[in-house]
Ligand binder design. Structure first.
Ligand SMILES: Nc1ncnc2c1ncn2[C@@H]1O[C@H](COP(=O)(O)OP(=O)(O)OP(=O)(O)O)[C@@H](O)[C@H]1O
Ligand SMILES: [Mg+2]
Length: 315
């Protein structure tokens, strides 16, 4: 069953086409991640699905509802953390939860929510004194107040240090275990790889690849490679005794053998052994989601977030 369905969704701001006709669905209980560089159209898409922005054309359905027409009903059933979430400086996480519960007109167990987002230790600290990771956890806590079946998390870990990011990942994993579906946007490939059942890579308003990280790696990644360090004669030996693509790097003595399947791997191992030549550091390697992303979209900044090539050259 799908909790979100989007078909040929389009949205422009004046002459800028921010979303150019995207289609995807999010299944009940899954984590679906939209991955893409700045300006790709992630927030625009997510806010249309939340009923906060109008679409120009296409069809969207969230929990079976039209988010724009049935916003009131929808907001009772979804949880949202907007991009760059902040709260009143002088409120504690516990007060924030109570405030939100009043706003929604729901009864809530603040203690349980604080436990769910692993924030009990800071429940009485002012928001302004919380660490970046704890602030994001307050956002997660508030998104849970109405016990939603679907969560929208727009860049929940941007700007966090690696440790805090992992702490938030743990909370997100727990939320999934508790059966909630999550639509998550991120710049971080590792985050999508760690958390998402399926990923949509967006760039310039289009989805350019969609599927599980494994599917995307299979579909867009280059073939698996066996790497081994040895003399050039070893590369020649494997090349003459197989039809594999074999390359040799003189500087590092690195041999790379392109393989298709397990049999090819076994054949390569046998040839290495048969050659009687010296070898070391045998490993297999395939493209990661990051390698593929860079090839499809652009490059990464020092922090490992996506930077569009076009943005980089100033377009
Ligand atoms: N309200 C608006 N008015 C005009 N242009 C907008 C508006 N909101 C977004 N845009 C533009 O639409 C494009 C897509 O923006 P959007 O915020 O959806 O991207 P994003 O993928 O969320 O980017 P980021 O990773 O930086 O959050 C950008 O070029 C942005 O400048
Ligand atoms: Mg955004």
């Amino acid at each position: 069953m799908s909790v979100i369905e989007a078909f040929d969704l389009k949205k422009s701001y004046g002459s800028l086409q921010a979303v150019k006709g995207i289609s995807f669905d999010v299944k009940s209980g899954e984590i679906f991640s939209m991955l893409g560089p700045n300006g790709a159209g992630k927030t625009t898409t997510i806010e249309i699905l939340e009923g906060l922005r109008t679409k120009d054309s296409g069809q969207v359905s969230v929990l079976g509802l039209d988010p724009w027409k049935n916003g009131y009903e929808l907001h009772k059933r979804i949880g949202v953390i907007p991009q760059g979430f902040r709260f009143f400086d002088k409120a504690t996480p516990k007060e924030a939860i109570k405030y939100y519960a009043d706003l929604f007109g729901v009864q809530t167990n603040a203690e349980q929510i604080l436990r769910e987002v692993i924030l009990q230790d800071a429940e009485n600290n002012y928001f302004e004194n919380l660490s970046g990771g704890q602030k994001q956890k307050v956002g997660l806590a508030l998104s849970l107040v109405n016990n939603p079946e679907l969560l929208f998390l727009d860049e929940p870990t941007t700007g966090l240090d690696p440790q805090a990011r992992r702490a938030v990942w743990q909370v997100i994993k727990n939320l999934k275990k508790a059966g909630r579906a999550i639509l998550l946007t991120t710049h971080y490939l590792e985050e999508a790889e760690q958390l998402a059942d399926r990923v949509a890579i967006m760039d310039h308003g289009l989805i350019i690849a969609i599927g599980s990280p494994y599917d995307i790696e299979q579909r867009y990644g280059s073939q698996e490679r066996i790497k081994v360090v040895g003399p050039k004669e070893l590369a020649d030996y494997i090349r003459t005794h197989s039809n594999f693509k074999v390359t040799y790097d003189d500087a590092t003595a690195q041999i790379e053998v392109g393989i298709q399947n397990k049999n090819d791997a076994l054949t390569t191992f046998k040839l290495i052994e048969q050659s009687g030549l010296d070898w070391r550091d045998l490993s297999t390697e395939r493209d990661s989601l990051e390698d593929i992303f860079i090839r499809l979209v652009g490059s990464l900044d020092e922090e490992g977030s996506a930077v569009s090539v076009q943005n980089k050259v100033g377009n």
